[in-house]
Design a protein around this ligand. Structure first.
Ligand code: AMP
Ligand code: MG
Length: 466
């Protein structure tokens, strides 16, 4: 099956051709067999391992360039500093995926970096993106992780590895920032990028003023919807720089993420984010800020007032998507009205925070709630005075906690969440050659609503026993 190079052909000034540096003695650590089949890729064939480990240097490959606001300050030139695209490959459903080797060595955009990714980071990216996919949260996907014999230095010495990441597009908000401010010799670059984005990924829109405005409105809505789902599931991205915001509204770049264990609205996923710039509860405001930066980048092409009116709708999109996700989780009828619903959800989550309870596990316990066993399910909560009035309010809204209601809760509250602790345990075992815990974890995250049979410990965090 042939490769396609639409990005490289249409936007040669927004990328550079590169040769990957590859891994020595490459070996698969994780394989996404199903996705590979859908892309007609035979992961077990030696020639595919050679190609995906970055060792087939005659294959055309390239890195994309972009800018980015990182923790609030602008870096004019970033780009893919540790990886290359092999091109685009058609999925059996007809669309095309860009195939990216994350960790395949230095490129024109590496600055002082070594172009490499650690085995740790590659495994975490694979697991996180696949976990999000199976939770129905828009995300890049992973085809697999390949370990090399090469050693790289971080805090200590690590094995170098590659995650093979795929997505329909890797265009980031930062691409538009670069096309606007980084391309002095090509004033057409921004419009070329915008038209390419519409043609390829928003084919229902025309490349005219009306189409551009509709496109911006869609990006606002997709971004709000994505972040609303993060807030519902308890996902903290950790580095919401504009270069880590995908124009299609997918979660991209799993470098520093964390899923909530104990409910903590100000959880910081990146230990170097001392001020909590990207804390869990900051994510909606940061997403809106990033959208404003995107609007700034395209304001020579798209009417400012139209973009402002789309930005004004961000908050309502966020609330709608959040409630669409949270109400089924809590068995609340969506028609009760945003204000009342937000109130009951917020109070519940602040009670969890006060009692230092695990978020996903406490939510999952709703699937055992009969209306009269709160004492058994959440003993720490019933000791809190406001819990009584919260339960009264909850009862008024739900009315019947029958078996049907309970059954439904199981379908919306995952039993399996990719906890950092379990991820780390599986990685440590993988490093000493025992891949079983990692395989079990991978199996479990693919069926997040089932009680895991391979790894029964996943349904609750290790430190809490109920
Ligand atoms: P990230 O924090 O992963 O979003 O990366 C921010 C920027 O730094 C991107 O341009 C990356 O390509 C680049 N980068 C991150 N790690 C490395 C590395 N080890 N070598 C070269 N560039 C890197
Ligand atoms: Mg990045």
């Amino acid at each position: 099956m042939p490769w396609r190079y639409n990005y490289l052909t249409a936007l040669p000034h927004l990328c550079s051709e590169e040769i990957p540096q590859g891994l020595t003695k490459p070996a698969w650590i994780l394989q996404n067999q199903q996705l590979a089949d859908e892309l007609s890729i035979d992961l077990n064939a030696p020639q595919w391992l050679t190609l995906l480990a970055g060792n087939q240097q005659r294959h055309k490959s390239y890195a994309q360039v972009y800018s980015g606001h990182q923790f609030g300050s602008y870096t004019p030139k970033l780009g893919d500093g540790r990886g290359v695209f092999l091109g685009e490959r058609q999925h059996q459903q007809g669309f095309w995926y860009e195939v990216f080797l994350k960790g395949s060595g230095t490129t024109a955009y590496s600055r002082h970096g070594d172009g490499r990714a650690t085995l740790n980071a590659c495994i975490k990216e694979f697991l996180a993106s696949e976990a999000m996919y199976h939770l129905d949260i828009a995300t890049t996907r992973s085809l697999g992780v390949i370990q090399g014999n090469n050693k790289i230095m971080r805090d200590t010495q690590h094995h170098a590895a590659i995650t093979v990441r795929v997505n329909q597009s890797h265009i980031r908000f930062g691409h538009f920032q670069y096309a606007r401010w980084g391309m002095h010799n090509n004033p057409q670059a921004l419009q070329q990028l915008l038209n390419f984005t519409l043609r390829e990924f928003f084919p229902e829109l025309a490349c005219d003023q009306q189409g551009y405005q509709a496109w911006f409105a869609k990006v606002v809505k997709r971004t709000a919807t994505l972040v609303a789902k993060w807030q519902s599931i308890g996902f903290t991205h950790g580095a919401m720089n504009t270069d880590n915001m995908a124009i299609l509204g997918d979660t991209i770049d799993y470098g520093t993420f964390a899923f909530l264990d104990t409910y903590n609205e100000s959880l910081i996923a990146d230990p170097s984010d001392y001020e909590g710039h990207y804390a869990f509860n900051m994510q909606p405001a940061i997403a809106l800020w990033n959208l404003r930066k995107l609007a700034d980048a395209v304001d020579t092409l798209i009417d400012g007032e139209a973009m402002q009116s789309s930005l004004n709708q961000f908050q309502q999109h966020l609330v709608t998507a959040f409630l669409d996700h949270m109400c089924p989780r809590m068995g609340l009828a969506r028609h009760l009205g945003d204000r009342q619903l937000l109130d009951v959800i917020d109070t519940w989550r602040s009670l969890l925070q006060q009692a230092k309870l695990d978020y996903s596990y406490s939510m999952r316990l709703l699937s055992q709630y009969t209306g009269s066993n709160s004492q058994q399910l959440w003993p720490q909560l019933t000791q809190l005075a406001p819990m009584k009035s919260w339960l009264q309010q909850f009862h008024q809204l739900v009315k019947a906690f029958d078996s049907n209601w309970r059954q439904q809760r199981q379908n919306y509250n995952p039993a399996v969440i990719l906890r950092n602790g379990y991820c780390q345990q599986a990685i440590e075992q993988a490093k000493v050659g025992n891949l079983k815990p990692l395989q079990d974890l991978y199996v479990a995250i693919q069926r997040p609503y089932d009680e895991p049979t391979h790894a029964p410990y996943l349904s609750q965090p290790p430190a809490i026993s109920i």
